[in-house]
Design a protein around this ligand. Structure first.
Ligand code: GDP
Ligand code: MN
Length: 432
């Protein structure tokens, strides 16, 4: 299923692909832990940029074709660009369920803008970064189009291997940056930034030059780079990606596209930004899970997995596969656990009609297993659980937990270890 988190993870991985040292295992862990990262639409990111001195086009954002027409007239521009607002990238080359090709369109005629908007709003847009069905478009951006004489790529990201921010740029922008990274790695330029010193003038200038900005454009690009960096810091971003970071024939450096990722741990001091997240592209179940501080990941098998921690989630997934089964989803309980979360988790897991068995695999490091056991038994009784339940608990207070389960009189299958749990869960769905 397409979800902003999946798209987000893909974007992260795309940029991370520039880091040769990244391990496949790590990339999967990134995917699992990005589930609740904040995602903003292009128009929201551009508003933040405009408010902080970064050059973007004048725009309106609308949710009906009529408003698109009105906005196009109001902009009173030589040419208009109409852009579908979804979180996934690659919109330009996407295709709508209405048959319209391209999520980004240029036109000089406001009436045409209205007609195009009609074929975008309410339809799904499928791109390289979405599922086949695509993502429903609820809003479109109507912006003043500018001629582009050159498209470059520019991003700022937090890079673990550099212990801080890195500027990444390529004179070959507009296109897929991972393709450039693969075919022309010498065209990818990086500047490590000291978080205390910030971007030095020399670094901004060098990046502008590497991006191919010449003459007065070089200073302008360097200035935009510094402003983007200031924004990056101010809003606790983990990534700001501008592709294309372009140049106009009139001699302007403009951010034509924007993708910003945020540090979830900064939510407490970035309340206004986090309030912009409408979760509109989340699966309803992801939003529901987030309400209880749970991370939900939908998959397409039939064994629901209730785990704590991304690592254990992946191990559980692997071992189910190894034993011939397929996980239906993951629900990650994380660290601090309350009984009510366990109950809500079961409610979410069993609401999925694909689920034919539940496998609980909890390691009680911080978590007290007895709390889990109480949550499980309460959920089983109140939700009148109809599918087989296999439970593997290990760690803190596990003996008390096991006696709670075995004295409950409920049809719960205990497992001694992960292998045993996977075997029993797979057997319970293949038996039927
Ligand atoms: P993406 O496909 O989702 O990355 O969407 P972008 O916002 O990057 O737009 C895709 C492409 O449309 C860009 O690479 C540009 O080539 C083109 N484009 C976007 N805005 C404009 C504009 O104002 N003028 C012109 N001439 N082209 C634009
Ligand atoms: Mn783009």
């Amino acid at each position: 299923m397409a979800s902003p988190a999946a798209a987000q993870a893909r974007t992260v991985l795309r940029v991370l692909a520039l880091r040769p040292r990244l391990l496949a295992a790590r990339s999967q862990a990134v995917q699992l832990t990005t589930r609740r990262w904040l995602n903003l639409q292009e128009y929201q990111s551009k508003k933040l940029m405009a408010d902080n001195g970064v050059k973007v086009q004048r725009f309106f954002v609308v949710d009906t074709a009529n408003e698109a027409l009105e906005a196009a007239k109001k902009l009173n521009a030589k040419e208009i660009v109409l852009k579908a607002q979804i979180l996934a990238g690659g919109r330009g080359k996407g295709i709508f369920s209405s048959g319209l090709k391209g999520g980004v369109h240029l036109s000089k005629d406001p009436n045409v803008v209205g007609q195009l908007a009609k074929q975008m709003i309410g339809y799904n847009l499928a791109t390289k970064q979405t599922s086949k069905e695509g993502v429903k478009v609820n809003k479109v951006m109507v912006a003043e189009a500018l001629d582009i004489s050159r498209e470059t790529y520019f991003a700022i990201l937090m890079d673990r291997s550099c212990n801080g921010p890195v500027l990444v740029g390529s004179p070959q922008g507009g296109v897929d940056i991972e393709e450039v990274a693969a075919s022309n790695p010498e065209l990818i330029f990086k500047e490590k930034i000291d978080i205390i010193d910030g971007v030095k003038d020399s670094q901004a200038q060098r990046m502008a030059e590497n991006l191919g900005f010449l003459g007065p454009l070089k200073n302008q690009a360097a200035d935009q780079i510094k402003k983007l960096y200031n924004l990056f810091l101010k809003i606790d971003a983990t990534q700001v990606e501008v592709n294309p970071f372009g140049e106009t024939p009139e001699g302007q450096v403009v951010c034509f596209d924007a993708k910003i990722n945020f540090d979830d741990n900064a939510e407490f001091r970035q309340k206004d930004i986090f309030a912009m997240d409408d979760g509109s592209e989340n699966e309803p179940i992801e939003n529901e899970a987030a309400r209880y501080d749970l991370k939900y990941i939908g998959l397409d098998g039939n064994i629901a997995c209730f785990v704590n921690g991304a690592g254990l989630a992946m191990a559980t997934c692997d071992i189910i596969f190894l034993n011939g089964g397929k996980p239906a989803n993951f629900l990650d309980l994380g660290g601090g656990v309350k009984e009510v979360q366990v109950y809500e988790a079961f409610k979410l897991l069993t609401a999925d009609p694909k689920v034919e068995a539940i496998l609980v695999n909890i390691f009680g490091g911080i978590v007290n297993c007895a709390i889990i056991a109480n949550g499980i038994t309460k959920a089983c009784r109140e939700l009148k659980l109809k599918v087989p339940l296999v439970v593997r608990l290990e760690g803190t207070n596990v003996h008390e937990a096991q006696s709670i389960l075995s004295n409950s009189g409920l049809p719960i299958t205990s497992a001694v270890d992960l292998e045993d749990a996977a075997k029993k869960a797979v057997a319970s769905v293949t038996k039927k």
